[in-house]
Design a binder for this molecule. Structure first.
Ligand SMILES: C[S@@+](CC[C@H](N)C(=O)[O-])C[C@H]1O[C@@H](n2cnc3c(N)ncnc32)[C@H](O)[C@@H]1O
Length: 413
C-alpha cells in the first residue's frame, strides 16, 4: 500500500480546515495550485504542496514553549457533566484538585470511583442536587453541558427563560457556588446552533448571573499534544468583580500522530496495552480491507464504492470520513462514541478493525491505568464523549495562571 501523491479537493479542504471556496481562491491567487487528474479531469492537489501549507499553518502563533505553570495555592474544581473524567484527569494533571464531580451515567460514575476512590462522585441528574455547600469554596466550576435549543419569550434570554435545559443547570450551579471563573466546554456546532442564538443566549445568561464571557474560542486538540483532530469550544466566564484578563493556552507547533499515540515515544513510554475491541461485520471488513492507509471510500473500485455508499454515492460531497483508514503518520480523525458505526469508520492502519478500547483511550490521551467500567460499548461511549486529557491539562494551566494572578492581586504579600 502506498501513500497517494495527490489529494482530492475534499481531502485537501479537510486537511487544511478550509472550505472549497477558499481553495478555489488560493488556486486563482497561486497560493496553492491545483492540477487536473488526466483520467477524470478532476482538480487534485499535490500532497507535498498541501503538507507544506499545513505545516505553515500550525506555526501561526504557535509555540514550542510549555504552558506549564505551578499553582500557588490548592485550587479546587467542581466538575459538572463529568463523564468518564477526561477533563477532570486533565485538570488534575495540571495541578488542580477536583472536590466534587456530578454525572448521571452510572457506568461513567463507576469509572470515576474505581480510578479515584477519594473523589466525591455525585451520581444522578444535576437537577436533583444543590451545591450551596460549595459557595465560596471552589475556584472554578467546569462542565460540558449537552447542547439544547432555548425557546425565546423575550429579546434577551434570562436565566429563568432557560429553565429545563442543561445549560440552565450549569448556570444555576455557577450562581450557587460563585467561583472566580467558570468554564463550559462544547462542540464547535454550538457556534451555529439555532443560527448562533443558543450561544448568544448562554452569554446573556452568564452576564445576568454576574459573569463576563471572554470571546469564545474553538481549540484544536492537535495543537495541545493530542494525536487527534478533535475540536472543543471553550466558554470562559470571569466573575464581574474581577478586573483581570484570561488568556487561552498557547497552541504548540508540534503535532502528534497515530504512531505517537500507539507506540512507545514522546507521549507514552511503552506500546499500547492489548485490550478488547469492537469488530466490523464481515462484509464491511471485506470492503475496508481494500482501503489503503489515509484512504477512504473513494479509493475502492467503483462497484464497491456504489455498494458501500448506497444512495449517498450520487449525492456528491467529499464525505472523507467514510470508510476511512487512518495512517500512522497523521493524527486520528475525531473518535466517535461507537467505533464500528457506518459513516465514521476510523480503521486501524495495518489491521482491518476499529481501534481497541485502549487504543481509543490513547488517542484521547488517557493514561494507560485509567480503566473504564461497563460493557465494551459503554467504555467506547465514555471515551468518545471525553475531552482529550492533554487538552484538559493545557486548559488547566490557563486557569491556574488566571487564579495565581487573581489571588496575588487580592492578597498581596
Ligand atoms: C460530553 S460528556 C462530558 C465529558 C467529560 N467532560 C469528559 O471529559 O469526559 C457530557 C456528560 O453529561 C452527562 N449528562 C447528561 N445529562 C445529565 C444530567 N441531567 N445530569 C448530569 N449529567 C448529565 C452525560 O452522561 C455525559 O457523560
Amino acid at each position: 500500500m502506498v501513500t497517494k501523491e495527490y489529494l482530492s479537493l475534499a481531502e485537501t479542504a479537510e486537511m487544511l480546515g478550509k472550505n472549497k471556496e477558499t481553495l478555489r481562491r488560493w488556486d486563482r491567487e497561486g497560493k496553492l495550485v491545483a492540477v487536473r487528474e488526466p483520467m477524470s479531469n478532476y482538480r487534485v492537489y499535490r500532497r507535498a504542496d498541501v503538507e507544506k501549507i499545513f505545516k505553515g499553518f500550525m506555526q501561526e502563533g504557535s509555540t514550542s514553549e510549555s504552558n506549564y505553570v505551578e499553582a500557588d495555592n490548592d485550587y479546587k474544581v467542581l466538575e459538572l457533566f463529568a463523564g468518564a473524567g477526561g477533563l477532570a484527569v486533565g485538570l488534575e494533571k495540571a495541578g488542580l484538585k477536583c472536590v466534587a464531580l456530578n454525572e448521571i451515567d452510572k457506568f461513567a460514575c463507576q469509572t470515576l470511583r474505581n480510578n479515584r476512590p477519594n473523589w466525591r462522585v455525585m451520581e444522578g441528574d444535576i437537577k436533583d442536587f444543590d451545591f450551596i455547600e460549595y459557595n465560596g469554596k471552589v475556584d472554578v466550576v467546569t462542565g460540558g453541558f449537552p447542547c439544547q435549543a432555548f425557546s425565546y419569550a423575550g429579546k434577551k434570554l434570562g436565566l429563568a427563560d432557560a429553565r429545563g435545559t442543561l445549560f440552565y443547570e450549569f448556570a444555576r450551579v455557577v450562581k450557587e457556588v460563585n467561583p472566580p471563573i467558570c468554564i463550559g466546554e462544547n462542540v464547535r456546532g454550538l457556534l451555529s446552533h439555532d443560527n448562533g442564538k443558543t450561544l448568544e443566549g448562554m452569554i446573556s445568561i452568564l452576564d445576568e448571573i454576574g459573569y463576563r464571557v471572554v470571546p469564545v474560542e474553538v481549540l484544536k486538540a492537535i495543537n495541545f499534544k493530542v494525536p487527534q483532530k478533535r475540536e472543543r469550544l471553550i466558554l470562559v466566564g470571569i466573575r464581574k468583580d474581577i478586573n483581570l484578563d484570561y488568556h487561552y493556552p498557547a497552541p504548540y507547533n508540534k503535532i502528534y500522530n497515530l504512531k505517537d499515540a500507539l507506540k512507545k515515544g514522546e507521549l507514552y513510554d511503552s506500546d499500547v496495552p492489548v485490550s478488547g475491541g469492537a469488530k466490523y461485520p464481515k462484509r464491511k471488513a471485506e470492503i475496508l480491507d481494500l482501503v489503503p492507509p489515509k484512504g477512504y471510500w473513494r479509493d475502492l473500485p467503483l462497484d464497491l464504492q456504489k455498494e458501500y455508499m448506497g444512495g449517498s454515492f450520487f449525492l456528491g460531497g467529499g464525505k472523507t470520513g467514510i470508510a476511512r483508514r487512518i495512517g500512522w503518520d497523521e493524527p486520528s480523525l475525531t473518535l466517535t462514541c461507537s467505533p464500528a458505526q457506518k459513516q465514521t469508520e476510523r480503521c486501524h492502519p495495518d489491521e482491518t478493525r476499529p481501534f481497541t478500547v485502549r487504543e481509543y483511550a490513547r488517542i484521547q490521551t488517557f493514561p494507560d491505568d485509567w480503566e473504564f467500567a461497563g460493557s465494551l460499548a459503554q467504555q467506547y461511549k465514555q471515551i468518545g464523549n471525553a475531552v482529550p486529557v492533554n487538552l484538559g491539562t493545557e486548559v488547566g494551566y490557563s486557569i491556574i495562571k488566571f487564579l495565581n494572578k487573581y489571588y496575588s492581586l487580592s492578597n498581596p504579600k
